[in-house]
Unconditional design. Structure first.
Length: 259
């Protein structure tokens, strides 16, 4: 029962993680305009992975997608790729995990096959969670670098107006989603061991004799069935065949031959 509970809980937690990764990737609030120095503004800007938006004080919001791919920074494209790879692996892991659930019987599927499928889905969830966490962390590092560069430029008076961007809500959603997917994958890997049959665990166990140096050596004894055609097979030690005479009879030595 504990294996089934661990497997189902891992499936549910990983499902939340994959759903959160999809939500975070689609959100437009990966970076938001910093309003620390100017809390009252007529225009508020925020950006996502796929488009940038501007919200006016009147409530009107206008979003414009990125019409270029090569013109975007390389790290920005890497974040996109990481999030997409994590989502694809997470969805494939969910499909495999559905068929691997112990409470669902499909034909005559053995427990060994379910254990392998559970382990495969767990590894997929772990990789998906790592991809999401890595992608969000790389984007956050880019924001921190640009924030301090913009702050330095403003203090030096190089520019009169400089928009600084800080963490958006999508980053926190992505971090939580990646952590949930990672935890769900670990739970699936732990549930895999409980699905392995007991007889397959001790298949390779060898049993030795209790003595220290016990060796069994077979001798030259040959077991016969008693129906050998050759009478020489039953000869013993010290037996010699008597010579034959001219008429074919055997001649045995007499007692006078030993004198």
């Amino acid at each position: 029962m504990s294996t089934t509970i661990c497997q189902v809980m891992g499936f549910l937690v990983a499902s939340l993680g994959v759903g959160g990764s999809i939500m975070a990737t689609a959100m437009d609030t990966w970076s938001t305009q910093d309003l620390y120095d100017n809390p009252v503004t007529a225009v508020f800007q925020y950006q996502g992975l796929w488009r940038s938006c501007v919200r006016q004080s009147s409530g009107f919001t206008e979003c414009r997608p990125y019409f270029t791919i090569l013109g975007l920074p390389a790290m920005f494209q890497a974040v996109r790729a990481l999030m997409i790879v994590g989502i694809v692996l997470g969805i494939l892991g969910l499909l495999v995990c559905i068929f691997a659930l112990k409470c669902i019987r499909i034909g005559s599927m053995e427990d060994t096959a379910k254990a392998n499928m559970t382990l495969t889905s767990g590894i997929m969830f772990i990789i998906a969670g790592l991809c999401a966490i890595t992608g969000v962390s790389v984007f956050a590092n880019m924001l921190v670098t640009n924030f301090w560069m913009s702050t330095t430029s403003m203090f030096q008076g190089m520019q009169n107006v400089q928009n600084r961007y800080t963490f958006g809500s999508a980053l926190f959603v992505g971090w939580v989603a990646g952590g949930l997917a990672l935890v769900g994958g670990i739970m699936m890997c732990l549930a895999c061991r409980g699905l392995i049959p007991e007889e397959s665990r001790y298949k390779a166990v060898s049993y030795n004799a209790s003595g220290r140096n016990i060796s069994y050596r077979t001798g030259p004894y040959k077991v016969g069935s008693g129906y050998e055609a050759d009478p020489k097979a039953r000869k013993g030690t010290g037996y010699e065949e008597a010579p034959r005479s001219e008429d074919g009879r055997r001649s045995y030595p007499s007692k006078y031959d030993y004198v």
